[in-house]
Design a binder for this molecule. Structure first.
Ligand code: ACO
Length: 335
């Protein structure tokens, strides 16, 4: 929406996260596939990740985040107008996991939907949610990123199973009180021509689950690591630089950069392109690995709890992932 047509700005008024209790270290993964702690640390920056138990669904994490958001902001479920859950690991094909959150937190008035954009899911979802605040259609929108990536991991494939973890994070968006804080600008993109370099082959309508698809291990995430790596390095930097430059900013104007956490080398390359001092980059890939739609809200919630953001600070979130999808959102912190 053009700046002049906005009735309100959409400000982040609460953040929360949930990480499962079970810690899986690189040493644990070494017991499953031919890899080493040293390879995983140096190639990705990952030291450990969290996994849900096999019978625990994504909604468990998303509901915990939703309940914590309400508690932190002093709201009840009835105060929420809309819930968007970004996920590629919904509890079921349908209904949407967002509906399970809606019921789970007693958001009796809210409508609810899931959004699928893999590792760009949270940037897509927070931008979508903000539109309902900016037009004046809604007063409070809950945006959650939640993924149980452990359900998609092939523990015979060392090139993917070392990379991911489970988790969830989220925010509440509300009308900015001073009109200055909130979402300032965004850029979002998709390129569906390269689907086959990062995907789960079976389980959808193209290849419904059969004994054959299960035997062929087609229900797990597959990626051309090097192709995705090159794409992520170039797009994470490109979209971040483009968004800050078109707002007349440089990297040093940003208080925090909260990037999707897929590989520390991808993040370092983007930060370098933005001339961003290292202490402005929020990193938790060492502890959480790649939790897909959840990496950005988990990292944001940690930074918020650590008091790393003050009113007026500029914050950039950037995601790159399956689709392929990528995008950035620029916020001014504060209510
Ligand atoms: N342990 C030990 N060796 C390994 C492992 C492992 N876990 N995985 C791969 N190797 C080996 C390879 O077999 C290869 O060996 P070879 O040279 O004998 O063939 C060697 O290590 C180098 O492999 P590369 O793939 O070139 O390693 P690279 O340095 O590129 O790192 C990685 C691989 C970490 C996967 C990287 O390519 C990457 O991070 N890609 C992007 C991941 C990403 O961003 N995914 C998108 C998000 S996911 C989403 O949207 C759902």
């Amino acid at each position: 929406m053009a700046e002049t047509e906005k009735k309100f700005r959409a400000a982040i008024t609460a953040t929360a996260r949930f990480l499962p209790d079970k810690v899986v270290t690189n040493a644990d993964i070494e017991k499953l596939v031919d890899t080493s702690d040293e390879w995983i640390r140096t190639r990705t920056g990952i030291v450990e990740r969290r996994f849900l138990e096999e019978d625990e669904p994504t909604s468990k994490m998303a509901i915990a985040v939703g309940a914590d958001l309400l508690r932190k902001r002093g709201l009840s479920g009835d105060d929420i107008d809309l819930i968007i859950v970004a996920t590629i690991t919904p509890d079921m094909v349908f209904p949407a996991t967002a509906c399970l959150v809606q019921h789970g937190i007693g958001a009796n008035r809210a409508w609810a939907y899931d959004l699928s954009a893999a590792c760009s899911g949270f940037v897509y979802a927070i931008t979508a949610g903000a539109q309902f605040i900016e037009t004046g259609a809604h007063r409070r929108v809950m945006v959650i990123g939640a993924d149980k990536m452990s359900m998609l991991l092939d523990f015979t494939d060392r090139t993917t199973c070392v990379l991911f973890g489970d988790g969830a994070g989220g925010v509440i968006l509300e009308r900015s009180e001073d009109g200055a804080a909130g979402l300032l600008d965004f850029e979002l993109y998709a390129d569906g021509s390269s689907v086959d370099c990062l995907y789960v082959k079976a389980g959808g309508s193209r290849a419904p689950a059969t004994h054959q698809t299960v035997d062929a291990r087609e229900h797990y995430v597959r990626q051309e690591g090097a192709t995705v790596f090159k794409f992520a390095v170039s797009k994470m930097a490109e979209v971040s630089v483009s968004l800050i430059e078109r707002n007349g900013l440089t990297g040093t104007d940003l208080k925090l950069f909260v990037p999707h956490q897929a590989n520390k080398r991808i993040i370092d390359a983007a930060a370098e392109r933005m001339d961003l001092p290292k202490d402005r980059v929020v990193l938790n890939i060492d502890r959480c690995a790649n939790t897909t739609a959840a990496t950005i809200p988990i990292a944001l919630s940690e930074a918020d709890d650590d008091g790393r953001l003050q009113s007026g600070d500029l914050l950039l979130m950037t995601g790159v992932g399956g689709g392929l999808t990528w995008g950035s959102a620029l916020f001014r912190w504060g209510h």
